[in-house]
Structure formats: structure tokens, C-alpha cells
Write a protein that binds this ligand. Structure first.
Ligand code: ZN
Length: 187
């Protein structure tokens, strides 16, 4: 499959999976905006051109956020393998949290395992965190108290601390985005 086909198939697939989902921000943007923004950041800001990375960026939340059971998860994994191949699948899996664990533990493990992710997964992880911080800055969830916002910023900083250096532009954008949020939220 050529690169453009791969990217368009990923967009079509992810749009279908996230069809009825919305972001947590007050404007309730369609969920698909987020993976598109992560992929666009990697290409248009950070200069990444690897089609496997871009396809996985578009697909990065489908396993974590669009299945309700282990059986559905297995089915989805098989479909991703069939359509997109092993490389895109394994990269997507690398950035998928284990939803059977408690949220606190999932967050702790992201910090612990960040340094052992593949280079591609590290780039994807940083881009995802940048866009999440950006969303919290420009359009915070209505039901998040200040404390939760601050904790999210601190956690994102800890995750990214273990994976710096894989793309220095991403590191810089992360630092700027973190700083802007900290200024806004006086933290
Ligand atoms: Zn994400």
C-alpha cells in the first residue's frame, strides 16, 4: 500500500471508530479532531515523514477508546493487522494503555515504560501529550477542577522527561506548551 492510501485508510478507519465520540473539552469537539491534530503536528511542525508513524498517530486511540471487552479488543487488533499490517499495529499497541488496570496505575506505568518505548512510539507519545496539553489550555473540560489540570500537567511532564531527544522540535513544542499552560493556570 502506498503512503497516501495508508494515511487515508487510517483516517477513514479511525473516523468510523470514533464516530459518536467527543473530546472532553467544553466545546465537545468530534474525537477524530484529536488524532488528526497529533498526526498533523508530527508532519507539519516536527518534520516527520514516516507513513507508519503517521498512520499509527491517526489510529493511536482506537484500541484504548473504542472497545468495551477483551473479545472486541482482540477482533479490533486482528482487523488492524489485516488492513494496516504488523508495524502499524504494534506501534499503535505500544501507545495503548492496559484498560484493565486502574487509572492511577496506568498513569504510573506510562512514566515507567516511556524510556523503553521504540523511537516511533516515543515521538507519538510526545505529540499526543502536546495536543492534550494544548486542548486543556485552549478548551479545558468544564468539570475539571484546577487541581486536576495541574496534576495532568505534572504527569505529562514526567512522562516526557523519560523520552526527550528523539525529536528536538517536539521537545521544544512540548516545553512551550507546558510553559503556556503553567502560566495560564499559575502553577
Ligand atoms: Zn491521544
Amino acid at each position: 500500500m502506498d503512503s497516501i492510501s495508508l494515511i487515508l485508510k487510517a483516517l477513514e478507519f479511525a473516523a468510523g471508530r470514533h464516530l459518536t465520540q467527543h473530546r472532553k473539552g467544553a466545546d465537545r469537539a468530534p474525537y477524530i479532531n484529536h488524532p488528526i491534530q497529533v498526526a498533523s503536528l508530527l508532519v507539519n511542525e516536527a518534520g516527520e515523514e514516516d507513513p507508519v508513524l503517521i498512520a499509527a498517530a491517526i489510529l493511536h486511540d482506537v484500541i484504548e477508546d473504542t472497545v468495551d471487552s477483551e473479545e472486541e479488543k482482540k477482533e479490533l487488533i486482528n482487523r488492524l493487522r489485516e488492513i494496516f499490517g504488523e508495524e502499524v499495529l504494534s506501534l499503535t499497541l505500544e501507545v495503548t494503555d492496559d484498560e484493565s488496570l486502574e487509572k492511577k496505575e496506568r498513569k504510573r506505568l506510562q512514566v515507567v515504560f516511556a524510556p523503553s518505548l521504540s523511537g516511533r512510539a516515543q515521538k507519538l507519545r510526545i505529540a499526543d501529550k502536546i495536543m492534550n496539553l494544548h486542548d486543556i489550555y485552549s478548551n479545558p473540560p468544564e468539570d475539571w477542577p484546577l487541581q486536576r489540570i495541574i496534576e495532568y500537567y505534572d504527569w505529562a511532564e514526567n512522562v516526557v522527561a523519560g523520552i526527550r531527544g528523539v525529536n528536538t522540535t517536539l521537545d521544544e513544542i512540548f516545553d512551550e506548551t507546558l510553559k503556556a499552560g503553567r502560566e495560564k493556570y499559575h502553577h
